[in-house]
Design a protein around this ligand. Structure first.
Ligand SMILES: [Zn+2]
Length: 122
């Protein structure tokens, strides 16, 4: 791992959202942001990118409903991959989806459901 960069202000290259520390001190990358070769991206843009990538891989003639479905599934998968330890219900709320839909996404990703004891400990 490279050393964590710090700055007084972070600006997303996708939506230009900026995050700065209250007291003007140097802070690390905001939680859930990523710094990649393409730039710096906030969580909202990362989600959007995950959805766009999934839709881009669908056939060009996919109907609108199919695209919406792919998009929803991609968002759930993104959250499952980001927080594999979060219970299905929590991820469902984040994605405005349902727990069974999250469980299905875990199956697709072949990721086991979190250990409930561990989830409570967090
Ligand atoms: Zn952004």
């Amino acid at each position: 791992m490279s050393p964590t960069a710090t700055a007084t202000k972070w600006t997303c290259d996708g939506c230009e959202l900026s995050v700065s520390s209250m007291d003007g001190e140097q802070t690390g990358l905001p939680e859930a942001w990523v710094s990649s070769d393409d730039g710096l991206f906030c969580l909202v843009c990362r989600r959007e990118q995950a959805a766009e990538d999934a839709i881009a891989s669908a056939p060009d003639d996919s109907p609108v409903e199919k695209r919406a479905e792919i998009r929803r599934a991609a968002l759930i998968e993104f959250e499952v991959l980001r927080n594999p330890d979060h219970p299905d219900g929590v991820i469902a709320r984040t994605c405005r989806s349902s727990a069974p839909a999250v469980a299905k996404a875990r199956e697709r990703l072949q990721m086991p459901a979190p250990d409930p004891r561990k989830a409570r400990a967090n």
